[in-house]
Design a protein around this ligand. Structure first.
Ligand code: UGA
Length: 455
């Protein structure tokens, strides 16, 4: 099938590459000429395991192309995917300007029937607005072409995006209940049929419910994390081990094991943004989302939890102290620093006079960029943040090691070596990577999240 993907961010690129892989003819368009240039010279503007190879293979086979030519992109695809960003507005609601720009371009150039698929995460009611923008343009041009809007939210996780797309748990498809909607539904059904594997993955529903499903899913997952973080903080106080509690409750199939890991807070481009956007949507319709407001508040506090433990152990004034920080990305297998807990931690340590030596396997370039922005008006403070290529180099002479992201490379370090390198054998672990008794045996003082302190 002939497919157009508007937007070459995470969702757009992964969608385009995976749809090309199963044999479709994919045209990816972006207004950002720099991104298109990178893609056309064989690069990929984001770090995502497996994506570069997938794109290279499909480019070589002539199944995927990249362009800034909007008119050509509209002409190409019978199905037009809108996969552009929906960043938060100042008040937390989703900024739909890119989505509506895409709708405008489609309406301005289309001549025959198109299925327009909203893949961006958009508030309930956006499909209707997209349809209105397209209709306005068609009317202005006096063109009588038809179209149907489908909501098909994406549930992929960064770092596992290609696999999530290729082997989905479910494919949510919201269609209109009219003649064009039925035609759109048939086309989308055919497009996604190869992903069904051993049983039907497609869930059909009305457009508004599909739009809502995406927000409700992320809100539920964020709620589980904030719940566990709150339980972990209580475990700290009452001397229980949140890891044992996690196993104890996860074994109940009604609860399940996934997304119950306590830590130093969730980050990324989705949970913080989508929780806020849902709170805004509710407020606009006169409803207070009490649970989600708490989820967000608990997460903001949780990003400070390591700082609290460090200050409790070493005192408020950290002048002259040096901290090794392992992990800067908001989670492993990505270089994404958006809303990363490391940003809060590093800022708090620097503000208390400490210096920080950081290492991340892939996010250091991105970290340099975002910290330069975060500290644009405090260059003298930023001087106390440095980066090293190897985790080992960070710990040499440090007062403590702080772990923020659970990269595999950090999971089983040589503790006796660490002990010889650290000025004081002290580890603050924001992702509960290690076993407290093992560290106690090694003579390392260890502070996890909701883990018992073993002297
Ligand atoms: C999330 C959802 O998991 C995807 O299903 C969704 O498609 C995506 O948002 C989106 O809306 O586009 P993502 O933001 O890539 O995916 O990352 P997650 O793996 O969900 O992790 C989010 C954050 O939660 C990370 O900071 C992670 O460290 C934290 N987390 C996750 C925990 O603190 N504990 C857990 O048990 C799980």
């Amino acid at each position: 099938m002939k497919i157009t993907i508007i937007g070459t961010g995470y969702v757009g690129l992964v969608t385009g590459a995976c749809l090309a892989e199963i044999g479709n003819d994919v045209f990816c368009v972006d207004v950002d000429a720099r991104k298109i240039e990178i893609l056309n010279s064989g690069g990929v503007p984001i770090h995502e395991p497996g994506l570069q190879e997938l794109i290279a293979r499909n480019r070589a086979a002539g199944r995927i192309q990249f362009s800034t030519d909007v008119e050509a992109s509209v002409a190409h695809g019978d199905i037009q995917f809108i996969a552009v960003g929906t960043p938060p507005d100042e008040d937390g609601s989703a900024d739909l300007s890119h989505v509506l720009d895409a709708a405008y371009s489609i309406g301005k150039h289309m001549t025959g029937f198109k299925v327009v698929v909203d893949k961006s995460t958009v508030p309930v009611g956006t499909a209707q607005r997209v349809g209105e923008v397209i209709r306005e343009q068609l009317d202005a041009r006096g063109v009588a072409a038809n179209f149907s809007i489908v909501s098909n939210p994406e549930f992929l996780k960064e770092g596992a995006a290609v696999d999530d797309f290729m082997r989905p748990d479910r494919i949510v498809i919201g269609c209109d209940d009219d003649r064009h909607g039925a035609k759109a539904r048939e086309m989308i059904k055919r497009l996604y049929a190869p992903f069904n594997r051993n049983h039907e993955r497609m869930l059909y529903m009305d457009v508004r419910s599909a739009e809502f499903t995406k927000y409700a899913a992320n809100a539920m997952l964020a709620t589980r994390i904030s719940f566990m973080n709150e339980m972990a903080n209580l475990a700290d106080r009452v001397g229980a081990d949140i890891e044992a509690v996690r196993r104890g409750i996860g074994s109940d199939p009604r609860i399940g094991y996934d997304f119950l890991y306590a830590g130093c807070g969730y980050g990324g481009s989705c949970f913080p943004k989508d929780v806020q956007a849902l709170i805004r949507t509710a407020a606009e319709s006169g409803q207070h989302l009490h649970i989600l407001e708490s989820v967000e508040r608990v997460n903001e506090q949780q990003k400070q939890v390591l700082v609290g433990k460090i200050v409790k152990r070493l005192g408020e004034d950290l002048t002259g102290r040096r901290f090794a920080v392992w992990g800067l990305a908001f989670k492993p297998n990505t270089d994404d620093m958006r809303a990363a807990s490391s940003r809060v931690l590093v800022a708090a340590l620097l503000a208390r006079g400490a210096s920080v030596v950081a290492h991340d396997p892939v996010a250091m370039g991105e970290a340099r960029r975002v910290f330069a922005i975060d500290f644009a008006d405090q260059p003298e403070v930023l001087e106390r943040l440095s980066y090293v290529d190897e985790p080992r180099q960070a710990v040499a002479g440090a007062d403590a090691l702080v772990i923020v992201t659970e990269w595999k490379a950090f999971k089983s370090p040589d503790f006796s070596y660490l002990k010889t390198q650290l000025k004081t054998p002290l580890i603050f672990d924001g992702r509960n990577l290690y076993d407290p008794p093992t560290l106690a045996e090694q003579g390392i003082e260890y502070y996890g999240i909701g883990r018992p302190e073993i002297a």
